[in-house]
Design a protein around this ligand. Structure first.
Ligand SMILES: [Zn+2]
Ligand SMILES: [Zn+2]
Length: 124
């Protein structure tokens, strides 16, 4: 997970781990995730409408980016600001989550978008 440097879903973890440990099952992945979570080494990332992702316990406050094409989640460093000003008077802000959506660099610059561009200007 540290190598991936981004939050991973259980199926992504299983896929990566199977490359190293042949025959590894999903039950083993879940058991290890729970153990690492109990030790405080990793945390579960719950994002609206998505299956849970897991990441190495972050050192600082950060947000996430979801690629709508490949469904991978990435870390976004930095935070726009203190958002307590958005609340009506008398409300207290405890925390916030921000999920950015779009295309990751692989999907944005990848081959999937190129065929459409090539056709432009093709005429007799
Ligand atoms: Zn992508
Ligand atoms: Zn923030």
């Amino acid at each position: 997970m540290a190598d991936a440097a981004r939050p991973l879903s259980v199926s992504e973890i299983l896929e990566l781990a199977q490359g190293k440990v042949a025959g590894l099952g999903i039950a083993t992945v879940y058991r290890n995730l729970k153990a690492l979570q109990a030790e405080g080494q990793i945390v579960r990332v719950d994002l609206p409408g998505l299956s849970a992702r897991w990441e190495v316990t972050p050192e600082c406050h950060h947000h996430h980016f979801l690629c709508t094409n490949c469904d991978r989640v990435f870390e976004v460093h930095g935070c726009p600001a203190d958002m307590s000003g958005l609340l009506p008077g008398g409300y207290a802000l405890e925390e916030h989550d921000i999920l950015l959506r779009g295309r990751c660099v692989d999907c944005n610059e990848g081959p999937k978008l190129r065929p459409a561009r090539k056709r432009v200007g093709h005429s007799h």
